[in-house]
Design a protein around this ligand. Structure first.
Ligand SMILES: [Zn+2]
Length: 491
């Protein structure tokens, strides 16, 4: 996942701090020092190390002041979008994207330093919650400032200020970490919440806490996180250890501290569709009202469309939505969201979810796996349908569900969902064909496969034409075969 969004109710914030570290501390060092629940990189700085463009910390103005919208606060829950730092102990402004009159038509920034499609960080307000946003540089979630503005407006942010971006975009949102390029930034937004420290993240991060000892001579166990601490033992090569806590590239096991430099993370056994999309897990926290916890018999697959045509309303955005209060209060949940580039799982298949609209004990909710296809503006719906069909194939195989039990949301309660598919003549039949592995573009591909077979570049055209050949691994083999073909031609 290359973007993270956090919504923190203002009334749960104990303290909001701008932590100035003068480019001397990493994200994990700031986490270690502060224990703040949420940390996000702050504003930019000049070549001489001074901050810019506008920063006031603990009553001290660290930069020149001029008229620009930014966020000011004294304690934290009182945070407001204002044009002057005068009334506040703390103030930060970089580039305002959504101001008091709505999205800013032409956001003010320097093209050279801040322009382009880059990783982005932002702070904002929505529905009585502090909003934090972070996306990775060089990822599919990299954005221009205007693109970020449109995404945040689509998410319903009432106001927003872009912070420093590019490799500086990094965060630790209650254990959901993005490290940017690992640089030491000038200042950080630190949010301390009533519940204090962080809980271990669930799902995708649990497995990554397991590491294998790689050096042949093993690694020392020490009494603290550093070589200055005494040795208390050693793990032999090949031992798999569980890391309970991390500090500056040191990890604590049940026996003591080991250097993570000598360990390799155990890769989670990731499920991948036959068209090469790895399924990410972002489970709704246990105990939420929209995670009722009852059994799901997995006898059917229910296909939905999100109905959310806002730009940026992709699988990651829906993962955030399902973990938030709005979805909890609305008692909605489902198992998977699919867009044109990602698949996110929100609940284990075997748990009941509230997506079919047929009641808490209804067969749609308790016997079917709910799959939502994104219809976000700017997304490629055809590709999203192909990805959804690939997920359907995987789930049919895993749960022995026949194609006749792949049904529309409409089947359970008569709702016009999946709407676009239903309202396209032949749309549902075409989707089921996709689920069977029939690509509408396959006939063109078949022709090309024959051409390659006649040239001797591929040897098993029927395998490719069966539709199962177009995996990433096979394409790699094909590239080698084509290169080999050209080399031979030159001899
Ligand atoms: Zn639906």
């Amino acid at each position: 996942m290359s973007k993270r969004i956090a919504y923190i109710p203002l009334n749960s914030i104990d303290k909001l701090e701008i932590r100035v570290t003068n480019c001397k501390k990493t994200l994990s060092q700031v986490k270690k020092e502060t224990g703040a629940a949420y940390i996000l990189n702050g504003g930019m700085w000049n070549a001489d190390g001074s901050p810019c463009p506008m920063l006031k910390v603990g009553g001290a103005l660290l930069t020149k002041t001029w008229g620009a919208y930014g966020y000011g606060w004294n304690g934290g829950p009182d945070i407001k979008l204002e044009s002057s730092p005068a009334l506040f102990e703390n103030f930060i402004s970089v580039t305002c994207l959504i101001g008091p009159w709505g999205p800013v038509d032409k956001p003010s920034y320097q093209q050279k330093g801040q322009g382009g499609t880059r990783g982005r960080s932002a702070i904002g307000l929505k529905d009585g919650a502090l909003c934090l946003y972070c996306s990775s540089d060089r990822s599919s979630d990299a954005r221009t400032p205007e693109g970020l503005r449109d995404d945040l407006a689509a998410l319903g942010w009432e106001s927003a200020v872009m912070l420093d971006g590019g490799g500086s975009s990094m965060c630790d949102f209650d254990g959901a970490i993005m490290r940017g390029d690992g640089r030491k930034v000038h200042n950080w937004i630190c949010v301390y919440t009533a519940k204090g420290g962080t809980e271990p993240p669930e799902g995708e991060d649990t497995m990554s806490k397991q590491y294998t000892v790689t050096p042949a001579i093993g690694v020392n166990i020490r009494s603290g996180p550093g070589t200055g601490y005494g040795k208390t033992g050693a793990y032999p090569c090949g031992t798999v250890v569980t890391i309970l806590e991390e500090r500056d590239d040191w990890g604590r096991t049940d026996k003591g501290w080991v250097s993570l430099d000598y360990l390799e993370p155990v890769k989670a056994p990731q499920r991948t569709t036959d068209n090469g999309i790895a399924i990410q897990t972002e489970y709704i926290p246990q105990g939420r009202k929209n995670r009722p916890g009852g059994l799901n018999l997995c006898s059917y697959l229910t296909i939905h469309e999100t109905g959310n045509t806002a730009r940026g309303a992709d699988a990651a955005a829906h993962a955030s939505y399902l973990k938030g209060d709005a979805a909890t209060n609305a008692l909605v949940s489902w198992h998977y969201t699919v867009d044109d580039h990602a698949i996110v799982q929100h609940l284990p298949d075997t748990e009941t979810a509230y997506h079919a609209g047929d009641g808490a004990k209804g067969p749609g909710n308790t016997k079917s796996i709910g799959v939502e296809i994104c219809v976000d503006a700017g997304g490629n719906f055809e590709k999203a349908k192909q990805n959804a069909a690939a997920l359907v194939r995987l789930l049919m195989t895993e749960n022995s569900i026949p194609l006749e039990r792949v049904v529309q949301h409409h089947y359970w309660n008569g709702k016009d969902c999946p709407r676009t598919i239903r309202n396209t003549p032949g749309g549902w039949e075409e989707f089921l064909k996709l689920c069977e592995g029939e690509d509408p573009n396959v006939s063109d591909l078949d022709t090309d496969v024959e051409v390659l077979a006649q040239a001797g570049i591929i040897t098993s055209p029927d395998y490719w034409k069966a539709g199962s050949g177009y995996s990433d691994a096979n394409v790699v083999c094909l590239i080698h075969a084509m290169a080999e073909h050209i080399r031979k031609g030159k001899d």
